[in-house]
Every structure is written in C-alpha cells, then in structure tokens.
Design a protein around this ligand. Structure first.
Ligand code: KG4
Ligand code: ZN
Length: 361
C-alpha cells in the first residue's frame, strides 16, 4: 500500500437511501470534499422514500457526484489508495448502485475496496476534522432509519446494546411533521417550530420497555400525536375517518404540539442513553445521524456530557445527515487496521451483528 506520506487517501461513496454522496478524506481523516445530491424533491410528494425512484436516481447521479468530489478535493483517481462504500444497511437497490460503482472503480485502479456499515459510520461523523478520541465509548445513532445505542472499543469494533423495536426517531419526527402539516422530511421544520411552543402543553407517552432494556419504541408516541391532533376516528359508512386536521389548529397550537413531541422524543433518547452510561465505564460519547442536528437534543446532550465529564463528539451540521465523508473516514480506520474487502463484497439491507451483538463496521 502507498501511504502518500501521512496516510491513505480514500474516496467514499454513499447511496444507502435517498442521498447520492461522494467524499475524499485524507490522512488524519481530514475532509477534502463532501458532495451530497439529495433526492428530497422527488420523494416529497409521496411523504417517504420510494425505493425504485431512489435507485434509478442514484444511477443517474453517481458518476457526476464522484467526479465532483475528486475535482473539489484536487485529487486524481491515480492518487487514491482505496475506495470505500456503504454496503449495509439500507435500500438494497440503492446500495447496489454504490457497491457496483465502488468495486468497478477499485478493480480498474487496482486498489482495495472497503465496505462500511452506514450506522456505525454515523458515529464517525463527529470525529472528522477533529482530534482523536479515547475509547471505549458509548455511541448513539439517531436517524430516519435507526435509533441505536452502541458500546465501542474502537471506531471499528462495537457492540449493539439496544435499538428501536419499531419506528426510528427520525421517522417519528417525519410522520409527526406530516400530521402537523409541516411537509417532508419534516424533522428540521418541526425542530424550528418547537422553539416557539410550550413543551408542557401535552403529556405524550414515553416507552420504557422494561427498566433493563436499552431498546427504544417510538410508534406509540407517533400514534398518540395522530390522535391528539386529529381526534378519535369516527365511523362513517364502512370506514373510520378523522374529523379534525392540523388545518383546524392555530399556529400556536401547532407549535405547542411540536414542542411537546420534541420533549418526549429527547426524553426517550436521554433516558436510555443515561442507563447505558451508568452501565459502562466510558469517557467518550459519540452521537450521529440526521436527528443529531436537533437543537433540543444537542443542548440536552451537551448538558449531560458536562455533568458526567464526557468527551462529547457531536457532528458538525454538514456531517449529521447522510454523507460520504463519514464513510471514507471510517474506512480509513479500517485501512489502517488492514481490514479490506475482496471482490465478493456485496450489499445487504441489514446490519450484521454476530450472536454476541458485536458488529463489524
Ligand atoms: O441520517 P439521515 O440523513 O438519514 C438516515 O440515515 O435515515 O437522517 C434523516 C432524518 C430525517 O428523519 C430528518 O427528518 C431528521 O433526520 N432530521 C431531524 C433534524 N434534521 C434532520 N430531526 C429532528 N430535528 C432536526 N433538526
Ligand atoms: Zn443515515
């Protein structure tokens, strides 16, 4: 392997959901470029990601996005040491576009390909462009597809401690935003509105799932919001219909619902996180995923870290959402550990925990 002096130059590719992204990360995980083409406009009308549309769009965009990432980084293909790609978990058709592109590029350049777990990579986002952290650490991933807690021995060696048993927290944000008429994906809009609302206006349910469990559940919270906003459905002929909608609420009432939801969601996350921190002796807290951009969650995590004297690594805003810099960054750790893949690398819709819950990043 050539190290170009200080470490590998890695091109990362991310196509697991509805963002086509490519990034170049240098030695010491300094981000040289971070290009993201989102498809939100295409999926908005369906209020969710349509897998077939997503994979077709990735095909159209992947090469221009890779080219742009190299140009912006000022790096040529021949200078790359490895190609990293998200190969799990995600939408299988979308993942396959990235994995095929990565393998073809790596094969033609005669450099290694490195498959990366998208969820574990979210925890690397707070380490990009930053000084290294101490391990072991506790990690919290909060995104549109996942809500998970990990215990990490290193960036690439982690154990899944708990996860959502139904909706992810970002999904609950997006569905609640739709109920409140805020558009899709509504997490950022709901966050903004919540800042003008009274968070004690509504008492919404926070799932416990047993005192020892580190799992989350957000579907009850979402359903409670649905009934609180629209009322109980009434029988009309053979079906049940809602008699109210967000259109019947005043702007202040909508803001109060948003604030109350946000309080419940943050409380649910913080409770389980505190349980994990009580159970494991760590000095570092890693957080990642789209919902780590949330203002209330960021404040509460910062307070918690101050109180417990933890080195909290919250990603910069540009690295909260799906991006390829976190993929290339985590891959450069795998590169240093000689953890390469071969040409049998393929995509999987699921994470790959072993029986002990240990995850290969
Ligand atoms: O990590 P991400 O980009 O994609 C997945 O891997 O799922 O996360 C997207 C999710 C969406 O549900 C979006 O509504 C949510 O992150 N999100 C937020 C905020 N910004 C993005 N949720 C709450 N508050 C925010 N400020
Ligand atoms: Zn993600």
């Amino acid at each position: 392997m050539s190290y170009h002096g200080n470490g590998p130059i890695v091109l990362g590719i991310e196509t697991s959901c509805d963002e086509t992204a490519a990034a170049v990360v240098d030695a010491f995980t300094e981000v040289k470029s971070n290009i993201i083409a989102t498809q939100h406009d295409l999926h908005r009308v369906y209020a969710g990601v349509v897998p077939e549309i997503a994979s077709r769009e990735h095909l159209q965009r992947i090469l221009p996005v890779i080219r742009e990432s190299l140009t912006e980084a000022g790096v040529t293909l021949s200078q790359l040491d490895a190609i990293a790609v998200t190969n799990r978990p995600g939408l299988i058709g979308s993942l396959l576009v990235g994995v095929s592109a990565a393998k073809a590029l790596a094969w033609s350049l005669e450099i290694p390909v490195i498959g990366v777990d998208h969820i574990v990579a979210h925890l690397y986002a707070g380490l990009l462009d930053e000084k290294p952290v101490d391990f072991p650490a506790i990690g919290l991933v909060v995104s549109g597809g996942h809500s998970s807690i990990f215990h990490l021995q290193s960036s690439i060696d982690c154990e899944l401690l708990g996860k959502t048993i139904d909706d992810a927290v970002g999904e609950a944000y997006d569905k609640t935003a739709t109920i409140l008429g805020l558009g899709y994906p509504g997490g950022p809009a709901l966050d903004k509105l919540a800042q003008q609302g009274d968070d004690s206006a509504h008492d919404l349910p926070i799932a416990q799932l047993g005192r020892d469990s580190l799992d989350f559940s957000f579907s009850g919270l979402k359903t409670a919001m649905l009934y609180a906003v629209r009322g109980q459905p009434q029988k009309q002929g053979n079906s049940h219909v809602f008699m109210r909608s967000a259109d019947d609420l005043t702007p202040q009432q909508i803001a109060d619902f948003a604030a109350s939801f946000q309080r419940a969601a943050a409380t649910a996350l913080l409770r389980k996180l505190k349980t994990a921190l009580d159970r494991y002796d760590v000095s570092t807290l890693l957080v990642g995923g789209g919902v780590s951009a949330n203002s209330r969650l960021r404040n509460e995590l910062t307070e918690l870290a101050d109180k417990r004297n933890l080195d909290l690594r919250l990603p910069e805003m540009q690295y909260c959402m799906d991006n390829a810099a976190m993929i290339a960054g985590l891959a450069s750790e795998k590169f240093k550990a000689n953890a390469f893949d071969d040409w049998t690398l393929t995509a999987s819709p699921r994470m790959q925990p072993t029986v002990t819950g240990r995850i290969e990043a």
